[in-house]
Design a protein around this ligand. Structure first.
Ligand SMILES: *Cc1c(COP(=O)(O)O)cnc(C)c1O
Length: 379
């Protein structure tokens, strides 16, 4: 076991005992994942994507861990996330805000040394106006849409702005970027199409460092890396290549406590909506975690937990604060009230839970709740 490295400096056992569930974030695993991504990215710089509170794991702890590995470029989605990140990383670090300057927010970027990702002609004009007012060039990333139709300059935006060589005069052009829709599906034809379109756009922005790859695209090969790659999910242990072995370390474990255990008889219903009915005498354990903690309601009658490595199924509907497990056959000595039961950990990875819930690991992580007792280890 490593040392807990949060503010208190030592685990607060009383606080842990009062919480319904314990979330452990392994910063050492995140750092190892960063190193693995750096090795896979060849010579490209590896940024850290920290939006959504580092995918639910805690930006305040994850950012310094990445800094220790030499990470000096970061991405957030929103301006307020970037403001929270600013004091956590060295002053010379680049912090890009993916959603760019919303109307009226451009001065905030400047005041805090943040770089906007300019996604359309309106944002480019907003940033250009500020540059003109100040009489100097301002750092900017340019996002172009290469086929996802979500964010980034469209052909119409580029036409409206005119020749890049001219309108870029107002900026210090830091990064030309685009984002892939299907990087986790290596054979999807949209990948090659987006790559070709990005190449064509890159020719119009010569001498600008380029970035196309999220986590999955790091594993597509060198032609996707350019100068900078932007992994988020892989840092946090999500498999970037579904279907292949996950080369990354799991960064989270989650345990919830047994509240009580009861025996039900054939025909007895368990949980809201009576969606689970005992087909014989069964033992049911109630666990103190529910959808309010981010344990998805879609896991009703589908998910699993692990008690000393024994797999036990969810029996019935996921409630707000609890789930019920069919623990028939598990030794009673392992079913004491207060005992922690594994929901994420060595026996069950984030991606497995996502699959049971019909979603992706990203959603499982970013939903992780605020009322866990959180421990940060750095192994
Ligand atoms: C979220 C995001 C990333 C990181 O994606 P992962 O799949 O989590 O690696 C990179 N670039 C952009 C534009 C994003 O929105």
């Amino acid at each position: 076991m490593g040392d807990r490295i949060d503010d208190a400096g030592a685990p607060d056992l009383a606080a842990a005992a009062r919480a319904g569930a314990l979330l452990t974030v392994d910063l050492g695993a995140i750092r190892a994942n960063y190193r693995l991504l750096r090795a896979r990215a060849g010579g490209a710089e590896v940024a850290g994507v920290l939006k959504a509170d580092a995918y639910g794991l805690g930006m305040a702890q994850v950012a310094p861990a990445l800094v220790r590995e030499g990470c000096r470029t970061f991405f957030t989605a929103h301006l307020d996330e970037a403001l929270r990140l600013r004091p956590l990383v060295p002053a010379a670090s680049a912090i890009y805000v993916l959603h760019g300057p919303m109307p009226g927010t451009a001065p905030d970027f400047l005041a805090h040394g943040l770089v906007p990702v300019l996604n359309d002609a309106g944002q480019a004009r907003e940033w250009r106006t500020l540059a003109a007012t100040l009489g100097r060039r301002l750092p900017a990333a340019i996002q172009v849409d290469s086929g996802m139709s979500r964010m980034g300059m469209s052909g119409a935006d580029l036409a409206a702005l005119g020749e890049p060589a001219e309108w870029l005069q107002a900026f210090e052009p830091r990064l030309l970027m685009s984002h892939l829709a299907c990087a986790d599906l290596p054979d999807h034809p949209l990948n090659a199409l987006q790559h070709a379109r990005f190449e064509a756009l890159r020719a119009r922005f010569p001498a600008m460092p380029a970035s196309l790859a999220n986590s999955s695209a790091v594993f597509l090969g060198p032609s996707w890396h350019y100068e900078l790659v932007r992994p988020g999910a892989a840092l946090y242990g999500i498999n970037p290549q579904p279907g292949a072995m996950n080369p990354l370390r799991q960064a989270v474990s989650l345990q919830a406590r047994i509240v009580q255990v009861r025996t039900v008889q054939a025909g007895d219903a368990v949980g809201y909506g009576a969606r689970w009915v005992a087909d014989g005498t069964r033992r049911i354990a109630t666990l103190s975690i529910g959808y309010a903690d981010g344990w998805l309601r879609a896991l009703t009658n589908r998910g699993f937990a692990f008690i000393e490595g024994m797999r036990v199924p969810v029996a019935g509907t996921v409630s707000m604060d609890s789930i019920t497990l069919d623990v028939t056959g598990v030794p009673e000595a392992l079913l004491m009230a207060g005992r922690p039961v594994e929901l994420l950990g060595p026996h069950q990875q984030v991606d497995a839970v996502a699959q049971q819930a019909g979603t992706i690991g990203y959603e499982v992580l970013t939903r992780l709740g605020g009322r866990f007792y959180r421990r940060y280890l750095d192994n």
